[in-house]
Design a protein around this ligand. Structure first.
Ligand code: DGJ
Length: 784
């Protein structure tokens, strides 16, 4: 085998830049030796945790070995009741009514490729040489239970995935109350724990905290992977920063309630367990049955957070995304939601579409409100009959008209939900998730459908499929707008429902979208309420947030970028002032942030001035030239020493060019010159760095214009108001030629406006100003 080496009961798992070493010890327990920079099998003895003396107050595993105490060991798995008092990966209610369990090694198997799961989506390797799998089979010491610990190595992505599978041959049922995907014990190196937290319109904000003795849990309890705590977590060495230092990343290929516990033990070891949240979980396993856990994804980089992100991005691009759109450039879309909400007709839509086409938009998306009595969010969910008052020739007719304009057509669905005011509810109230004898709690005026029920799944699959097959639809937005409550199902025990819902969701997505790989699927849950690797196994992109204010989006997109590549993040330019923050931002900044994602526009184009139309046309045309790099290039983030300036950077794999977005949040008076650093280029090559032309509106200057112009005009007068619709000032033109080495070191930019006069090369940024820059290999002069 290429990437996994076995020497008796010692196993070395190698990726291009990392190594993972474990052994089966004399008691049959899998012991962890190392995860991090490359090491060899021969290093095992040195790396092993030393046991020399017994500790007081400890529980000894074996009578004749005073140093063997499970609580003190770095392990790969553990049980309950045998002296390990740290957070356990498994809790079983056994046939004798006890909880004590102890799994010991039986045999190991190596196999090429990835193993895949029968019930859950997971990572894949197209060629068996692209991955390698180690399966450790353990057996419970008393009961007929077998546990598989599965490790798959993805060498080029520097990723190891782990999952666990339990089989029962017990005559009486076993109840699983907790079953994690993985457990890892690392020696503590003063780690910080970094999580991505938030809520609706504030997804994925980064939070760092020192590890303290005890246990910190990053979890979701809302039924979805949630906007509160993304399943991705990081452990970073104290000095780690974006480009250097040791960083571990953990994530889960799962869309439901997740759970990652990080415990600092009295022996200064860090235990990380991750898997399905044990909250309200109780799964009955009968003889001959198997329970599979979702795959946990582990990576390590000594090149800081950016290094860790590169591993995750590569992993998602090559081992998670599927379908025809996996590696295809995403079209520039226009979504009608913020332009119309529920108030549209075919005529209004076509008017918007014609305007969009003129600007260069490639995909027109019709959002909520096209079916049943869906004229507000109080009615209609669950129904699929097209509202003929709004769309007289149906979805087919609208799709044809959009296609005839030269654009693709996309459609919004919210298939997991139901309004009580709907035909579906009137006919099948039993499809809704609610508890007999209790009034159900509503979220956005709706209930959820019970996806654990096969009849509900069939209803969704048949209805969505038939719409998709009747019209030329190449994009679907799959929405889901509430947390789960009133969890009860007549078809399965309550302890299985959260998980069975998610299994049902995966089945529905599989049945609808696998046979239709030409459809680009964007999943959405009130924005980023289900932004996870499980959904990415079906949807090639996810709507990151309902918040499109670019300054807010900086935090959100930056947060998600730790784990997910820009191509997976739906990012739109919307109206200013912004509908949620009332913040006014330049059109350039709205684009400069959204460009680092799958770009779309979501605003009423009729409200734009001629100059704004021209600007958007230029933005889209520029984006199309560089979108492959923006969407699939190597992504870096960094913040300038002043925390009000953020840079996103995408570098082409062949290092021929790069695109940067430099955004200033609040301006500082008399700010010093900024230095722009461009990483990832060829140090010896010669490049041209150019500011992408952009304009700043005259209105931004108000009465100050008199300092720039030779004559005085009233800021609110007719002339300036009219001029503002058709003219704007050039903002921050800049161009220079230099080496990749100089760009890496950092090149100085021109001054920003500081009120001492006007120069045509000034950066006229102010609050929320920004600029895109492109870096291109300078062509050698042709010899005469
Ligand atoms: C919530 C989504 O996040 C929005 O983009 C939009 O699709 C609405 N739902 C429609 O109801």
């Amino acid at each position: 085998m290429q990437y996994i080496t076995q020497a008796e009961k010692l196993f070395l798992l190698r990726t291009d830049e990392t190594a993972y070493l474990l052994l089966i010890n004399e008691y049959g327990h899998p012991e962890h030796l190392h995860y991090g920079t490359p090491v060899a099998l021969a290093d095992a003895a040195a790396l092993r945790y030393k046991r020399t003396m017994p500790y007081g107050a400890e529980v000894l595993y074996a009578e004749d070995d005073p140093t063997y105490c499970l609580d003190n060991l770095p392990l790969e798995w553990s049980g309950i009741g045998k002296g390990d008092f740290r957070v356990s990966p498994i809790e079983l209610e056994l046939p004798d009514g006890s909880y004590t369990c102890d799994f010991v090694f039986q045999f190991a198997k190596l196999q090429p490729g990835a193993r895949g799961a029968a019930t859950l989506p997971g990572a894949y390797a197209e060629e068996s040489a692209d991955a390698e799998t180690l399966v450790l089979t353990l057996k419970e010491k008393v009961f007929a239970l077998q546990l598989e610990l599965i490790y798959t190595v993805y060498p080029h992505e520097n990723v190891i995935t782990r999952s666990s599978v339990l089989h029962s041959q017990e005559a009486s049922p076993v109840r699983i109350r907790r079953m994690m995907s993985q457990l890892l014990d690392l020696p503590n190196d003063g780690y910080r724990l970094v999580t991505l937290d938030g809520d609706w319109i504030q997804e994925a904000h980064r939070h760092d905290r020192a590890l303290m003795p005890g246990c910190f849990v990053n979890e979701s309890t809302t039924g979805n992977s949630s906007n509160r705590h993304n399943p991705g977590v990081m452990l970073a060495a104290p000095t780690a920063c974006e480009d250097s230092g040791n960083v571990y990343g953990f994530n889960l290929i799962y869309s439901g309630n997740h759970y990652t516990a990080v415990e600092l033990s009295p022996r200064n070891m860090v235990r990380i367990v991750s898997g399905i949240n044990p909250l309200c979980f109780c799964w009955q396993l009968v003889q001959g049955e198997t329970f599979e856990t979702p795959e946990a994804v582990l990576t390590f980089s000594s090149h800081g957070f950016n290094g860790m992100s590169h591993n995750f991005h590569e992993f998602i691009l090559h081992r998670i995304l599927r379908g025809d759109w996996k590696a295809k450039d995403r079209p520039v879309l226009l979504n009608n939601w913020e332009a119309h909400f529920f108030d549209f007709t075919r005529r209004k839509l076509l008017r918007l579409a014609r305007r969009a086409k003129k600007l260069g938009v490639e995909l027109f998306v019709l959002d909520d409100g096209w079916f049943g009595a869906r004229n507000s969010d109080h009615a209609g969910l669950g129904d699929y009959t097209v509202n003929r008052k709004k769309l007289r020739d149906g979805i087919e007719g609208l799709a044809q008209r959009i296609n005839a304009l030269g654009m693709q057509f996309g459609l919004w669905f919210e298939p997991e939900s139901i309004n009580t005011d709907s035909e579906l509810y009137r006919n099948h109230p039993e499809y809704a998730m609610q508890l007999p004898g209790r009034t159900p709690a509503l979220g956005r005026n709706q209930l959820l459908l019970n996806l654990a029920n096969p009849a509900v799944r069939d209803y969704i699959v048949e209805n969505v499929s038939s719409i998709l097959d009747r019209a030329n639809i190449t994009y679907v937005k799959w929405d889901m707008n509430r947390h789960m409550s009133d969890m009860y199902s007549a078809v399965c025990p309550a302890g299985e429902l959260y998980h069975r819902y998610i299994l049902g969701l995966y089945e529905v997505l599989e049945r609808i979208f696998r046979p239709r790989p030409h459809i680009l699927l964007e999943s959405c849950a009130s924005g980023g309420n289900r932004f996870d690797l499980g959904m990415l196994c079906y949807s090639q992109q996810i709507w990151a947030s309902d918040n499109t204010d670019p300054i807010e989006r900086l935090k959100i997109q930056k947060g998600f970028s730790y784990f997910y590549p820009p191509v997976c993040m739906g990012a739109h330019v919307s109206q200013s002032p912004h509908q949620q923050t009332l913040r006014s931002t330049p059109l350039s900044t709205r684009f400069n942030v959204a460009a680092f994602g799958a770009l779309g526009y979501e605003l009423d184009l009729a409200e734009l001035s001629p100059i704004e139309h021209r600007q958007i046309k230029e933005q889209i045309s520029f984006y199309k030239q560089v979108r492959h790099t923006l969407q699939f290039g190597r992504f870096y983030r960094y913040q300038l020493p002043e925390t009000n300036k953020d840079v996103f950077l995408a570098v082409a794999p062949d290092q021929s060019h790069a695109v940067l977005s430099f955004v200033q949040t609040l301006a500082t008076a008399g700010d010093s010159n900024d230095v722009l650093r461009v990483k990832g280029l060829d140090a010896n090559a010669c490049y041209r760095l150019t500011a992408v032309p952009q304009k700043v509106s005259l209105a931004r200057f108000g009465g100050l214009l008199k300092h720039i112009m030779p004559f005085t005009l009233r800021a609110d007068g007719f002339i300036l108001r009219t001029a503002n619709r058709v003219h704007a000032l050039p903002d921050g033109p800049f161009s220079l030629c230099t080496s990749g080495a100089a760009l890496q070191s950092g090149v100085g930019l021109n001054d920003q406006f500081i009120g001492t006069g006007y120069h045509k090369d000034l950066r006229l940024w102010g609050d929320f100003g920004s600029q895109l820059y492109v870096v291109e290999l300078e062509q050698e002069e042709e010899a005469e």
